[in-house]
Design a binder for this molecule. Structure first.
Ligand code: GLU
Length: 484
């Protein structure tokens, strides 16, 4: 009988979730959905100084916004909760003590200073750094002496001789020789757990079958497997591991704040669509098997298999994300486009949200849908429609007061006054006739001043459509004002 897949996403949010976190969450989610399994969302918050409630709340919000859902988690509970490690401290303590009692771990009384000076000596002798096993077999009198000195022990795991071998679903067979995996701490003297203990205990108790996570955690795997074994987990019940490739920045260093934007909150503020972010992140290390680059969340769940994940690092490419975002924006219906654009316009106080304003936005969106790559661009693109008075920066203004521009504007007004129908086709026809044919100007010189006069900027959505949407009255008024 094959077991039901139970995979998990287990961040320690010490800030906003970043690109790497979300790529992991997305792959775990896609794997769970593809296999009809369960995704467990667990918060690894044993460090409550750095993992705050605010960050936890933001993590939940970000995942929901992206369309990544889970079956068990901190806010919905589930049969193996609680799903916040800070609420499970007693469980880890019990397990550390059980492992200690069984002899797989021992009390270690070494002080930080002692450890540091021995590490220094190892460095001098060019030996691999790590615990040297000093407290592995203390005599009763040693223990008594330490206790009399008031030392409080940590619980340290005993790594047996030999090696740990496992088959990573992405990397194939991985072997760690234990001479490079020194004895490690499970529990501090104050009873608080270390990551290696908590993660393994939870994966066992939450019946996790598949661990998909970043490659940075590969080297901690032999230690976790050791904890599973010490907990009495049968070899066949140890989860399968899939370590996802690093995400690199353009400079081939691991993606970080330094070489790229990492926080998903930033992408959201810029107006990247959740489906575009997921689509792009899905391609970071995985591919659907052909050159396809546009996939929906539903297709991702249908197509996602771990054997299509590449083991070599993936490169984050902003241009590609932008291209995908532009495609997804173009694929929106006008109603969807409107719904997603309004928050940007409201937030920047371009509009207050009245019915008249919203219907004007709806009218204008089709003319910019082909042209923007991020939703935030609706703000500079559409602001001109809602200004009671245009403001020009000095450079733009100087273009407007040039004699040639003034001449253009006078001709434009004259030709537009006579229009029977204020449609973009008629506006275009009239302006072409009066400015191109009449004044013999090239389009850029002819329409540039009109664009500035009407929209306040040399860059705008298509001019004639913009004028139609802005309406005859306001357009003419702006042209006339620019002449004075
Ligand atoms: N909490 C760990 C982190 O945020 C991940 C643990 C795991 O996936 O095993 O890096």
């Amino acid at each position: 009988m094959t077991r039901e897949v139970r995979t998990r996403f287990a961040p320690s949010p010490t800030g906003d979730l970043h690109v790497g976190n979300i790529r992991t969450a997305l792959f775990a989610w896609a794997y769970a959905r593809h296999t009809n399994g369960k995704l467990i969302f667990r918060i690894e918050d044993t460090d409550r100084e750095r993992v705050t409630d605010e960050y936890i709340g933001r993590a939940i919000d970000t995942l929901k916004w992206l369309g990544i859902n889970w079956d068990e988690g901190p806010e919905i509970g589930g049969p193996y909760g609680p799903y916040l490690q800070s609420q499970r401290l007693e469980i880890y303590k019990d397990w550390a003590e059980t492992i200690l009692r069984n002899g797989d771990a021992y009390n270690c009384y070494c002080t930080t200073e002692e450890l540091e000076s021995r590490r220094e000596a190892q460095r001098e002798k060019n030996q691999a750094p790590g615990y040297d096993g000093k407290c592995r077999s203390l005599s009763d009198s040693d223990i008594k002496r330490y206790q009399d000195e008031g030392r409080k022990p940590v619980i340290r795991m005993r790594m047996p001789d030999g090696e740990t071998k496992f088959r990573d679903l992405i990397r194939g067979e991985v072997v760690f020789e234990h001479k490079y995996v020194p004895d490690f701490v499970l529990m501090r003297a104050d009873g608080s757990p270390l990551y290696t203990l908590a993660v393994a205990v939870d994966d066992v108790l939450m019946k996790i079958t598949h661990v998909l996570r970043g490659e940075d955690l590969l080297s901690s795997t032999p230690r976790q497997i050791r904890v599973y074994q010490a907990m009495g987990v049968a070899e066949s019940d140890i989860p399968e591991f899939a370590h996802l490739p690093f995400v690199m920045g353009t400079d081939n260093a691991k993606l970080s704040k330094r070489n790229g934007e990492v926080s998903i909150a930033w992408y959201r503020e810029e107006g990247f669509l959740p489906e575009a972010i997921c689509n792009y992140l899905a391609l970071l290390g995985w591919s659907p098997g052909n050159d396809r680059e546009n996939i929906s969340m539903k297709e991702l769940t249908e197509l996602f298999t771990v054997d299509r994940v590449n083991s070599s690092p993936a490169r984050f490419d902003m241009k590609k994300l932008e291209a995908i975002n532009g495609d997804k924006i173009r694929a929106l219906s006008i109603t969807e486009f409107l719904e997603r654009s309004l928050p940007f316009l409201l937030q920047d106080s371009v509009i207050k949200g009245t019915e008249t304003e919203v219907s004007l936005v709806r009218k204008a969106l089709p003319i910019i849908q082909e042209r923007i790559i991020k939703l935030s661009e609706v703000v500079p693109m559409l602001s001109f429609l809602f200004k009671t008075k245009l403001e020009f920066d000095e450079e733009t203004k100087s273009k407007l007061i040039e004699a040639d521009s003034q001449k253009v504007l006078q001709n434009a007004v004259a030709s537009l006054e006579a229009l029977s129908d204020w449609s973009h086709t008629q506006i275009e026809e009239a302006l072409r006739k009066s400015l191109l044919d009449g004044l013999g100007l090239k389009p850029r010189l002819a329409f540039g001043p009109v664009r500035i006069a009407v929209t306040g900027s040399p860059i705008s959505p298509p001019l004639f459509e913009s004028m139609e949407i802005l309406g005859r009255e306001v357009s003419m008024q702006r042209l006339r004002e620019a002449i004075n």
